[in-house]
Design a binder for this molecule. Structure first.
Ligand code: APR
Length: 230
């Protein structure tokens, strides 16, 4: 029998126990930085150095971080389920934990792109410097989907979510669209789970199990619930 399709939407909260800051928690990144300055195309045009510095720091943080029990638990679920991760995170901790199907909605910190052409991407593990140019002559910038930019992967994410047999949401405040809207693409009747240390508001979802815990502990609980669905 083919495996049931488990779709998991993750956000910054799943990487918090790896030491990476979330955005909107107390002491989150958006308390220390102005979103408009560091995460919009306008901010980049106004002060590219500030934006490059911000993401160069993020890249160093991710390079030093390790997958935690939640990332590892999700990777282990591939033994029994067809797991597809849709992440808003730009880190690679799902991949390093061993997950094989990971769709990044908001870009990837270990990639950079031409400022002119979002499809021209290159790997980057060091700093991006002002004056580093893509083949088309434009400044290289982080491969991050900023506010006010389209989210090209959303269509694929929505299509996969529609085909889910089980849907889980982990560690996201569900405040950023279109990502947050994905919860409404999961079929009404399928089992749904939400794991967060402080459960965010969601529109009324049927068949929802709430696990109000940190991601590591929460994924362990999720695995126990899922055993009953095998
Ligand atoms: N375990 C589980 N959940 C946690 C933990 C933890 N240890 N720590 C924090 N959380 C939860 C918070 O309660 C919150 O609901 O993680 C969520 C983090 O929310 P945000 O900081 O808003 O992060 P996210 O939802 O991923 O942000 C979405 O916003 O700025 C952008 O592009 C950025 O992808 C990001 C998007």
């Amino acid at each position: 029998m083919s495996k049931q399709k488990l779709i998991v939407l993750t956000g910054a909260g799943i990487s918090a126990e790896s030491g990476l800051k979330t955005f909107r928690d107390t002491d989150g990144l958006w308390e220390g930085y102005n979103v408009y300055e560091v995460a919009t195309p306008h901010g980049f045009a106004a002060n590219p150095q500030l934006v490059l510095d911000f993401y160069n720091m993020r890249r160093k943080d991710v390079a030093h971080a390790k997958p935690n029990a939640a990332h590892i638990g999700l990777a282990e679920l591939e033994n029994d389920f067809d797991v597809h991760i849709i992440t808003q995170n730009i880190d690679d901790l799902h991949e390093r934990a061993g997950s094989t199907k990971v769709l990044h909605l908001h870009g990837e910190i270990f990639k950079m792109r031409s400022a002119k052409n979002s499809a021209k991407t290159y790997p980057i593990y060091e700093d991006i410097k002002l004056g580093d140019l893509a083949e088309d002559g434009s400044q290289l910038r982080p491969f991050i989907v900023w506010f006010d930019e389209p989210v090209p992967m959303i269509e694929e994410a929505a299509s996969i979510t529609k085909t889910a047999d089980i849907f889980a949401v982990i560690g996201t405040s569900l405040q950023v669209y279109p990502a947050a809207g994905l919860v409404n693409y999961a079929a009404k009747t399928i089992p749904k789970f939400i794991i967060d240390k402080k459960i965010p508001y969601t529109s009324t979802l049927q068949n929802l199990t709430i696990i109000e815990k940190g991601a590591g502990e929460g994924v362990a609980d999720l695995k126990n619930h899922l055993k009953n669905l095998l």
